[in-house]
Write a protein that binds this ligand. Structure first.
Ligand SMILES: [Zn+2]
Length: 668
């Protein structure tokens, strides 16, 4: 990369790049790019910050592996466009914009297949000639275009053009359609092109079921290549391991230490059994700073077996308030609105960890999940449990501009100020904490029954359980204990409770665009619909009044909380019903309740909401730019770590690319 054209270093000033940074795609409707905050990181003990720094470098070192896995050309496409983009001095503006827009989408999706749909995308405004012109310009600017050994630049372009520009060529990355050869028709780079299901069946079951492997054809024979140091992706895994080794002495406790040792052994040998052992220690550790690193999710493989690389680093969020809620779990349990025999006398540990992420790479970022529940090995989950992690800062990162537009469009004037003030500062985090910490863990089965509620409730279990945990949070927001533990002040409580009720109901309404065919199907959505309709229809009892109205104003629909006290009564009544169904495993009652209140949708409301959402021009997906960590070095030792929010998507992704094989600690 030539110095003069490299993307500008972030300004020395302290403009914190948090919230909306840019919008991509035609009309800005494709991707909303958001900068993520790292609240409280500076206050962590120094040794936790140093540990986090090494894990952060380990995560970045593995980032390119996912390009290599996604498609055989994805990494070379990224590298070509990065070279062209950073050497574009003198290039026509429209051409530079076209190059940069495609490159940003390639970074976001780790290649040219869409992260969610696994279908190919092509440049929206770049042509083959345009790319050739940009390559010529980069070479005139002194750039070396990276090619394969003995390959000309023309040869490289000829080889990549079809992959980049032809949307029909290898259109599907992961093909799970019936009646096709799912191996031969999936473009994912888990096997050589031309390999079929039959070919893979010639291998032993052990090889067929391996997590960390790619299949190649060598001398006519199907040969597995294992992901390990000295094997496939060996150089990347060696750099990842270098930083894991530096992190190791800083591990917080025995299980975390062991989890890293086993991960290192696994990367050294490729032996999946070591990764399984790693997973057990990983799920049992509950440290301040935590991480993910490995070949984990398996949905890029149409068979659901081979794992794609991902990594992250996180630290526990709002430890004080979460632990105060947890310490009072028994207090809340005793006040649950259901009969004592369905209450627990001992309350276990919180079901989920709430964390802030510092970085997510590979399959975990820049497109981020909201939460994860790992490991994926079913027998380990059965015998040892799993770790359920919620990414609070991802959940809380938003565009202020978009939020203001949403609030102005969808909330009645009397709620707008409170929603803007409390939605992200109080209501959402508290709801997440209470949902996870006192929601899921609460209640117990009828001592007289022996069946597991999950089995008894079958297909309605998830919807019921998610809804039940939400209701616990809504129910206790008005409890004096929350003031006592410092969640908010006495003066704020009434406004926060009202805001939570209106956000629960109106907020769900604004997601009606997720509903197809006027039928709510997804578990969380069913729970949201149940709460909305149960309150609006007073539990189906004309003698009751749960204080919530749907009002029409100039043809637009709005939810109004007429009486927050009555809403709470409705919340408590529904919560009690769900708990009874769960405790007694009453499938018929649960199914009837969801069929009546949680499934059907009023088409007038649906049409209205979808129309208003379209008017707001909201991007279809989000991508994140993470904080930049910098090690403070004294006499060769890392003595502290600083966090900066000074990068945009391009600066950050170019830095990740530069750091691929870099093992030193200086400023990068
Ligand atoms: Zn949940």
């Amino acid at each position: 990369m030539s110095k003069k054209d490299s993307p500008k270093k972030p300004a020395a000033g302290n403009s914190r790049r948090i919230g909306e940074l840019e919008r991509l795609g035609p009309g800005g409707r494709e991707v909303l790019v958001l900068g993520v905050d790292a609240p409280g990181f500076d206050d962590l003990p120094t040794d936790r910050k140093i540990f986090a720094y090494y894990l952060y470098r380990a995560a970045i070192a593995g980032n390119d592996i996912l390009y290599l896995q996604n498609h055989r050309d994805a990494f070379e496409i990224k590298r070509l466009f990065e070279t062209v983009s950073t050497n574009s001095k003198g290039l026509r503006d429209d051409l530079r914009d076209a190059i940069n827009e495609y490159l940003k989408l390639v970074w976001i999706h780790h290649g040219n297949y869409h992260h969610y749909t696994h279908t190919k995308f092509v440049p929206s405004s770049l042509t083959k000639d345009g790319l050739r012109e940009a390559v010529r310009c980069a070479r005139e600017n002194g750039a070396t275009i990276p090619t394969r050994p003995n390959e000309s630049v023309d040869g490289l372009l000829a080889r990549l053009e079809q992959t980049i520009f032809d949307s029909d060529h290898e259109a599907i990355q992961t093909n799970q359609s019936d009646g096709v050869d799912i191996i031969a028709t999936s473009a994912v780079n888990f096997w050589d092109a031309g390999i079929t299901e039959k070919d893979i069946e010639t291998l032993s079951l052990d090889w067929q079921h391996k997590l960390n492997v790619r299949f190649t054809r060598r001398d006519g024979k199907i040969t597995p290549e294992v992901y390990k140091i000295g094997g496939l992706y060996g150089e990347d895994l060696a750099t990842v391991s270098h930083f894991l080794e530096l992190a190791l002495p800083y591990a917080e406790d025995g299980s975390q230490h062991r989890s890293i040792e086993l991960l290192l052994d696994y990367y050294r040998t490729g032996d999946e059994e070591l990764f399984r052992q790693h997973s057990i220690h990983w799920l049992k550790s509950n440290p301040t700073v935590d991480y993910l690193n490995g070949f984990i999710e398996q949905y890029l493989d149409p068979r659901g077996i081979i794992g794609n690389f991902e990594a992250n680093v996180s630290y526990a969020a709002d430890v004080a308030i979460v632990s105060r809620i947890a310490e009072n779990a028994l207090y809340f349990e005793e006040k649950m609105p259901w009969p004592d025999k369905f209450k627990r006398s001992v309350v276990g540990l919180p079901v989920a960890k709430v964390v802030n992420v510092l970085v997510e790479t590979g399959d975990a970022g820049p497109v981020s999940p909201a939460a994860y529940n790992l490991p994926n090995y079913n027998d380990i989950r059965r015998d040892h449990g799993s770790k359920n992690v919620i990414l609070l800062n991802i959940e809380n990162t938003r565009s202020e501009a978009l939020l203001k537009k949403m609030v102005a469009e969808f909330y009645l004037p009397e709620y707008r100020d409170n929603v803007l003030e409390y939605a992200h500062a109080k209501v959402r985090p508290l709801k997440v904490y209470m949902h996870e910490v006192i929601g899921h863990g609460s209640g117990q089965p009828d001592p007289a029954t022996t069946t597991d509620p999950r089995t008894a409730l079958g297909r309605v279990y998830s919807a019921l359980e998610e809804c039940r945990a939400d209701l616990v949070a809504l129910y206790f927001l008005s409890d004096p204990k929350l003031v006592e533990i410092g969640a908010f002040t006495n003066q704020q409580q009434a406004a926060i409770v009202e805001t939570a009720y209106v956000m629960q109901t109106q907020g769900w309404l604004t997601r009606y665009d997720h509903i197809v065919d006027m039928q709510v199907r997804e578990a969380h959505n069913k729970g949201n619909q149940l709460i909305l309709m149960y309150l609006l229809e007073n539990g189906g009892d004309p003698k009751k009044d749960f204080g919530l109205d749907m009002i029409e104003h100039d043809g637009d629909y709005f939810v109004r909380v007429r009486d927050a006290g009555r809403v709470r009564k409705g919340v408590g009544e529904l919560l009690e019903k769900l708990q009874l169904m769960k405790s007694t495993g009453d499938y018929d009652a649960a199914a009837a309740l969801f069929d009546r209140f949680g499934t059907r949708v009023n088409p007038d409301w649906h049409r209205n909401i979808v129309r208003r959402l379209e008017k707001l021009n909201i991007p279809k997906m989000k991508a994140f730019v993470f904080p930049r960590l910098e090690a403070v070095i004294k006499t060769g030792q890392v003595v502290d770590v600083r966090v900066y929010h000074d990068e945009d998507l391009a600066t950050q992704q170019l830095r990740f690319s530069r750091l691929r094989h870099v093992t030193d600690i200086g400023t990068h």
